[in-house]
Ligand binder design. Structure first.
Ligand code: PLP
Length: 375
């Protein structure tokens, strides 16, 4: 079986898994118990991880809040900002291609009286900046735009989103989950106010992630209790997961240029092979700046699901990583792709373990599968 679903999740690196195991079995003290040596060791593991994650994303350690993943980070930021600002600034803007971890909390805010607007994208999946401009007003609290799309890989102009939003007094939340270890970036240079990350998207363990909150910004906590994570995320810390995330993030940042070059080379090879045999194939967001390693293929004229033809390749239809429901991708629908074509589209996402031989095999299976569905 060839794995080609790295945007959905990645395997844990062996050195990261070793660290997680060491923490589980040896660094098991409660980090809140500062009076004990075991507690201090656990606290030190968290402190190290916080520094590593902060360095990897271009933030300061005090701006990093560990969570159970990107979904919790999105919910914490969106619900936490809206709880504070709703009375004076009830408007929240999200792009139409956000992950459900962003759309669902935004929608939930409407039950408390928020005015939620989804901003359109063009056929390449790029945010319509004119729509952003015209929707921003002095009642806008928060603008949520994903930096790199998990389904198409399209990269948004986050600096421009920040410039326009800040000019209107709105804060910016940016889902950067897919970028870590694929392209270099820094939250400080992008200028965003909040951002989210997830360890299992960058060869770390599942069930841990982080929220970046720019220093000085106020936020209401989502999870209340013992006051861990500076009062913003109560509950005994997931020390093994956090330590593993720290190491995975550190490696991601150190190796980002090599990983990017590898993914770019393999993506070019895959797309050119598929195009050569299936000249009608559409590579979604193909004319836009894209994350390396993400190819969403759509082929008009298929009489069934392309994905079902790939017996020994693990890929996805795009929406699978975002939702348990088998619905056509809302990202492709927002880009103007019709329901049938969206449901039959196929996402191949590559990772650092992917080889050139894997690519040739994936391309062969894609081409054979399409030819069967066309005949
Ligand atoms: N945002 C994006 C862009 C994602 O790809 C994912 C993963 O599915 C998430 C958020 C949610 O991440 P997590 O699984 O850590 O909650």
């Amino acid at each position: 079986m060839i794995y080609a679903d790295y945007n959905a999740t990645t395997p844990c690196l062996p050195e990261v898994a070793d660290l997680v195991r060491d923490c589980l079995c040896e660094t098991y003290g409660n980090p809140s118990n500062r009076a004990s040596l075991m507690g201090r060791k656990a606290r030190a593991a968290i402190d190290t991880a916080r520094e590593q994650v902060a360095r990897a994303v271009g933030a300061s350690p005090d701006e990093i809040i560990f969570t159970s993943g990107a979904t919790e980070a999105c919910n914490t930021a969106i619900l936490g900002v809206m709880e504070r600002l709703l009375p004076t600034r009830p408007r929240i803007l999200t792009s139409a291609v956000e992950h459900p971890a962003v759309c669902m909390p935004a929608e939930a805010c409407t039950h408390a009286g928020a005015d939620w607007i989804e901003l359109p994208v063009d056929s390449q999946g790029r945010l319509d900046l004119n729509a952003l401009k015209s929707s921003l007003n002095d009642k806008t609290a928060l603008v949520c735009v994903m930096a790199a799309n998990n389904e198409t890989g399209v990269l948004q102009d986050i600096r421009e989103v920040v410039r326009l939003s800040h000019a209107a007094g709105a804060l910016v939340f940016c889902d950067m989950t897919q970028m870590l270890g694929k392209i270099p970036f820094s939250v400080h240079s992008e200028g965003v106010d909040f951002a989210c990350f997830s360890a299992h998207k960058c060869y770390g363990p599942k069930g841990v992630g982080a929220l970046y909150k720019r220093r000085g910004l106020a936020l209401s906590p989502l999870i209340r209790g013992g006051g861990q994570e500076n009062g913003l995320r109560s509950g005994t810390e997931n020390v093994p997961g956090i330590a593993g995330f720290g190491l995975a993030a550190d490696l991601a940042a150190r190796e980002v240029n090599a990983r990017r070059a590898h993914l770019q080379r393999l993506t070019r090879l895959l797309e050119s092979e598929v195009r050569r045999h299936l000249p009608n194939v559409i590579i979604q967001s193909g004319a836009a700046d894209r994350l390396p390693g993400t190819s969403m293929f759509t082929l008009p004229g298929l009489n069934g699901k392309w994905l079902a033809q790939l017996s020994d390749v693990t890929a996805s239809s795009g929406s699978a990583c975002a939702s348990l429901q088998e619905k056509p991708s809302h990202v492709l629908r927002a880009m103007g792709v019709n329901e049938t074509l969206a449901a039959r589209s196929l996402r191949i996402s590559l990772g650092t373990p992917t080889t050139e031989a894997d690519i040739r095999h994936i391309a062969k299976r894609l081409i054979e599968g399409a030819q069967r569905l066309q005949s």
